[in-house]
Design a protein around this ligand. Structure first.
Ligand code: PMP
Length: 387
């Protein structure tokens, strides 16, 4: 036992020396700001992309729809037992309607979705072709599956095309796995080209995680697949409610037969207590209004572009085309110093270090939200320019 404690202490010490040690921050939320150690800062690290989590009038409106009888804070069971409340079926029908897909299935989180779907639908005769930069939850899903996996270089579609050509005869099926907006670089996958690739074969499927795009992109807020006009060409269209939708949970929009299959095979769906119905109702409430947030989406894109332009002019690598705007510094220590400096100036921007990003690409990751004003972005820009 002591050997174990000694060894993990040593490991933590190494993380500290490399300045990669993590601890939980003590923070208080106050509208779009956070208070950390008594210091009030603009929150530039939230996933509340549409600024809905702080909208009290929305919250009040929702609360008015509830009574003590309809406010259900727990489902007390998994959905296959007694946890399948009407709120779930209504949300899934609503999702199928807005996406125009045959069906949809709701999960407890994006992490449950990504770690559950891939193992459920693949076996040793499956090849997963995954972008090098997919999120940890997708990597864990790949690890849990029996499939063979090859990671292609980030957004390198010629390499992907070659891998499909070389392998499609050797496997029962190939699943291409990508995000639409990538969580650390804020750049975007070319979904319509991916769709063209898969349409050349009868055994190639496409899995797209829209975690950072759902709510934010497309005229109705349905994500990059809406923007690139290919919703119905994606076999597993996944997204989360924990970011722009200001709720919790996740979905896949898919064919009915896939939904039936997941209900029967997906362990992270079957073996967990369903989300509280009140949370599912709140998600439905937000989704009813999703298409009306177009001004927020446009504002978010405008301020994001402004920040990216400044970073690029300053010589920083910034591949972003979205509201996730990284300022790639390189070295972890330098990145932390820069983040601390921004925090001293009132901007809560956080450093992202290995293993979350590859060695040598530590960065400050600005995660912008629609309630950040033009004036606040200008202040941030000034403080970046004047240092
Ligand atoms: N996919 C991606 C691309 C993500 O960035 C995240 C969360 N950071 C998830 C899935 C997980 O979603 P959730 O937070 O709902 O578990």
């Amino acid at each position: 036992m002591n050997d174990f404690i000694n060894s993990i202490q040593e490991e933590l010490q190494i993380l500290k020396e490399k300045r990669n040690f993590r601890s939980l921050p003590q923070l208080i939320h106050d509208k779009g700001e956070v208070v950390v150690n008594g210091q009030r800062m603009l929150n530039l690290s939230s996933n509340d992309y549409l600024g809905l989590a702080n909208d009290l009038s929305l919250r009040n409106e929702f609360l008015e729809t509830l009574t003590p009888q309809t406010f259900l804070p727990t489902s007390s069971s998994s959905r296959l037992l007694t946890g399948n409340f009407t709120a779930y079926q209504e949300l899934e029908q609503q999702l199928a309607d807005i996406f125009g897909t045959e069906s949809a299935l709701v999960f407890n989180s994006g992490y449950h979705a990504n770690t559950g779907i891939l193992p459920a639908v693949s076996d040793i005769h499956t090849l997963l072709l995954a972008d090098k930069l997919v999120h940890a939850s997708l990597i864990d899903g790949i690890r849990l599956s029996a499939a063979k996996c090859i990671r292609y270089r980030h957004n390198d579609l010629s390499q992907l095309k070659r891998l499909i050509e070389e392998n499609h005869n050797h496997f029962d099926k190939i699943i291409i796995v990508t995000e639409s907006i990538f969580s650390m670089d804020g750049d975007e996958a070319d979904l319509s080209t991916l769709v063209k690739f898969k349409q050349n074969y009868s055994n190639v499927l496409l899995y797209v995680d829209e975690a950072h795009a759902f709510g934010v992109r497309g005229e109705k807020g349905l994500g990059c697949a809406e923007e690139q006009n290919c919703i119905n060409d994606i076999d597993f269209l996944v997204g989360t409610f924990g970011k722009a939708i200001a709720s919790a949970g996740a979905y896949v929009a898919c064919r009915s037969v896939i939904r039936d299959y997941l209900i029967n095979k997906m362990r992270t769906f079957i073996f967990t207590t369903a989300l509280p119905p009140v949370n599912v109702q709140w998600t439905s409430f937000i989704l009813e209004r999703l298409s009306s947030f177009q001004e927020k989406r446009q504002h978010l894109l405008r301020i994001s572009r402004k920040l990216k332009e400044v970073l690029t002019c300053k010589g920083y690598v910034c591949p972003s085309v979205s509201h996730i705007v990284p300022m790639v510094v390189g070295d972890s220590k330098d990145t932390i110093l820069k983040a601390e400096e921004l925090q001293r100036k009132g901007f809560y921007a956080l450093p992202v270090r290995p293993p979350t990003v590859p060695e040598g690409t530590s960065r400050i990751r600005f995660s912008l939200t629609a309630d950040i004003t033009e004036k606040e972005i200008d202040e941030l820009i000034n403080s970046i320019l004047n240092k």
